[in-house]
Design a protein around this ligand. Sequence first.
Ligand code: SAM
Ligand code: SF4
Ligand code: SF4
Length: 370
Amino acid sequence: MNERPLSSAVRPSAALLDTRGRVLRDLRISVTDRCNFRCSYCMPKEVFGKDYAYLPRSALLHFEEITRLARLFAAHGVGKIRLTGGEPLLRKGLEQLIAQLAALRTPAGAPLEVTLTTNGSLLQRKASMLREAGLSRLTVSLDSLDDATFRSMNDVDFPVAQVLDGIAAARNAGFERIKVNMVVKRSTNLDDILPMAEHFRGTGVTLRFIEYMDVGATNGWRMDEVVPSAEVIARLQQRFALTPLEPTAPGETAQRWGYANAQGVHDPALGEVGVISSVTRAFCGSCNRARLSTEGQLYLCLFAHQGWDLRRLLRGGSSDAEISAAIARVWGQRQDRYSELRSQGQGDAAATPTATSVQRRRIEMSYIGG
Ligand code: SAM
Ligand code: SF4
Ligand code: SF4
């Protein structure tokens, strides 16, 4: 994988700022590059077939290595960790990692928020275990309630009922504020927007509509397949009264809308929906997220071409202080703002100004973590 040299000539600090004044707050950790689904927008079957070369086991960061890095990130101000992949629930013993991460503390002594994004296929079996291990919150990806559409979108004929059972199991296990992410593709699941909203409205589950993104290099992305969030909201408003809500946290990716009562006021009992407009309304200006790949490469943007090799430091005997300094230095140099550049029509031409001109192939989302 692409690598960049690291220097340790930087003093760690509690809050890291990049070149655009963005603070590091959120770390996404990919725990596996494998998945039991083949969503065409992420791991199309034609590319991720039987012969696809996944990372060997020895390349994966061990739980102790992940926890050590997470502790150093927490010391730098990261308050939230999201486990992702690939399908994170395929990683054996994941609950042990969750327990280790849940035991970490911020410099102020607060626990980290440890969350997970899953396709939900194994949730029914694992929800209680995840909760007991200390997982704070859950996001489940679900693109349709229509069984035929769902089976064709996951492309492994997986039934929607099992994902819904998984969500129910998570609620029974005590998870609150569950989020459901729906990627909308115009030719595929546009008509599922309203049924999904109907289904989750008033249940305590927050549905979020995600614009189909041009991540990776294999999904054959086309702009005419993107359904702009404004169009999603307009569709919803034909059926429901919605009122815009304030963000709950700086750098929040979703724009929130509350279901309103007859007076046009948000009714918390009806809940809310969100839209994540990565294509039509770039939110790079407040992007506080770093990503750690399955094999320990640090990426500063979902659309990055290059990572920084933290595994080499971990396995090469570097001290905590050295790794911590390396993290600070990498974040301090960060310039990434791919979505902003895309919306200015600059796309990949100026995607990562720090990348070299060789190695321009974008990293797949299943490797870098969604
Ligand atoms: N397998 C897990 C899942 O599906 O939830 C976690 C990893 S997946 C890469 C994380 C999220 O990325 C999912 O919600 C998925 O829908 C989203 N995603 C993947 N490819 C995408 C794309 N091209 N555009 C928008 N979202 C995408
Ligand atoms: Fe797997 Fe998630 Fe990608 Fe679908 S979106 S192929 S479930 S990693
Ligand atoms: Fe952050 Fe990169 Fe997405 Fe912009 S394009 S919001 S910098 S991950």
